[in-house]
Structure formats: C-alpha cells, structure tokens
Design a protein around this ligand. Structure first.
Ligand code: CA
Length: 230
C-alpha cells in the first residue's frame, strides 16, 4: 500500500512541483496551504508523513510542528515530519530538529533529493514500529532487550537499553533531558535531569569497544540525538 503524504506549502508553484513529483513516485498526496488546513487534512484522513514548509502565512510551520508534538494525539506526536526551509544556518536547523522535525531539506532542493528523504524517513518510521532496529553496527531488539554490535552482545542495564532504544528509534531528532526522562523512564518520575547525562555516559561506555559510542551525539544547549552518520 502506498504511503499518504501531506504537503504543507503556501506557494502554489512550489506545492504543485513537490506534490506532482511525489505523486509520480507513487505516493498519495494531499495539499495544504497553511497550518489551519494542515490540521484539517490530518484530522480528515490518514497521513503517514508531512512535508512542512517553515515559512507559512499565519502560524508558521515551526509553530505548527511544536503544537503537533505537544498537543497532538499519540499518532500525531510520532508522525514523521520533514521540515522544508530556506534557512540553512545551523541554529535554525537545530531549532527545527528541536521542535520535533525528523529531517529537513533546504530550499532549493531537487525533487530527487526530496523523494530520497521521504523514502528514508518512511523506512525509519517503519523500523521504529518494528521490534528490531538496525543502525550502523548495532541491532537493537526490543523483545529480548538485547543490543548486538556486529553480532556481539553489548551489556546494558534496563534503563540504558530503553534510552538507547528510544533514541535509535527516532534518529536525528533532538531530545531534551526532560523529554528523555519522560520517554525512557516514564511519566511522573521525579529524577534529576543530570541522571540522563549519567546514563548516556554509561551507554556510550558500553558502546565504545564496538566503535558505536559516537552514535549518541550531544547537542549543546538542547540535549541528545542519535545519528549513525552526519
Ligand atoms: Ca513558504
């Protein structure tokens, strides 16, 4: 079954170009010209991935994304989003990832690049739902709570495992310490945020002999993200 995409873009020419190119690739594509119609589209039909322009009239793509992540239902909070931006500067990219984008493309982009990003993100989203995540040297198995690095077991405690599994199932996304506490420890826990740093250090130490400690990146001033390659 082909995936359903939502293209949120206010410039008709760009929107038609993007939507047309994705339809040619076999996707079902809906279009929205601002945040309000994007909400309507999301609530009206199944959407598997959103291509979201940063600069929109009214609420910006950035604000829409923050709202989606904070106030959306559980499916919406996890919905794969590619942020489309004309700004390639590092602080803006970090801001976009921090707001909850899974990936971003910088205008101008080629339709081919966009399709490749869409394909990759849909695949990652499918992996995150699956029981086994493969990332770089690692195979992370949720059912057995085991991590293998090139076939060799990595010794991790339960919290360390949940932390690594959570980060690896949302690669490239930046998570604050508070968000990691919510997701790897569970809601309503009262643990100091620096505990996250301690656990991250332990995970890195366990991964280091396998050359995978660099997969967990520190994002200064924000938190952490998982990325096998830049
Ligand atoms: Ca725009």
């Amino acid at each position: 079954m082909s995936a359903n995409l939502l293209v949120v873009e206010d410039e008709p020419a760009v929107r038609e170009m993007v939507a047309g190119s994705l339809r040619e690739a076999g996707y079902e594509v809906r279009e929205a010209e601002d945040a309000t119609s994007a909400w309507h589209a999301l609530r009206g039909a199944r959407v598997d991935l959103v291509l979201l322009d940063w600069m929109l009239p009214g609420a910006s793509g950035y604000e829409f994304l923050r709202q989606l992540r904070r106030e959306g239902n559980p499916t919406e909070r996890e919905l794969p989003v590619i942020l489309v931006t004309a700004r390639g500067e590092e602080p803006d990219r970090i801001r976009g990832l921090d707001a909850g984008a899974d990936d971003y493309v910088v205008k101008p982009f080629s339709p081919r690049e966009l399709r490749a990003r869409v394909r990759a993100l849909l695949r990652r989203a499918a992996d995150a739902r699956a029981d086994r995540i493969e990332a770089g040297h690692l195979a992370i198995d949720r059912e057995s709570c085991r991590v293998l690095a090139r076939g060799v077991e990595v010794g991790l405690g339960p919290t360390e495992f949940r932390l690594l599994h959570f980060l690896a199932s949302h690669p490239h996304r930046v998570y604050s310490r508070a968000q990691l506490l919510d997701n790897a420890w569970g809601h309503d826990v009262f643990i100091e945020e620096r505990t996250v740093d301690v656990q991250i250090r332990r995970v890195r130490k366990a991964l280091a002999p396998h050359g995978a400690d660099g997969y967990i990146r520190t994002v200064r001033g924000f938190g952490y993200r998982f990325s096998v390659a830049d």
